[in-house]
Design a protein. Sequence first.
Length: 108
Amino acid sequence: MVSISEGARYEALEQIRLMGVDVIHIQRRALSGDALTAARKRSPQGLSYSDAAAIRDVCSFAKRVVPVCRVFGDVQVPGEPIHSKIYGVVPGFQEVNRFHVALGAVRG
């Protein structure tokens, strides 16, 4: 039991280390009822690119603000389409998220 617990603890700490203890992720939440109605009144579009610019302006201590847009869609590959997550990112995404492309190319 002790070794299982220690293994789980190590794995959790490793995930935190890989994500970066100096990175803060801000994302929208799924709301319902009165909370959803109130949120739509304040910001009908949800988080936007201009929100990222405002965070950059207000949080002078932030080294980088990297907005990300994630949608689900079909990606065409030889054979048949694959339903996948598609990310729209700005320069700096790879550095902030410690993400490295294993195959292919980064276009900018």
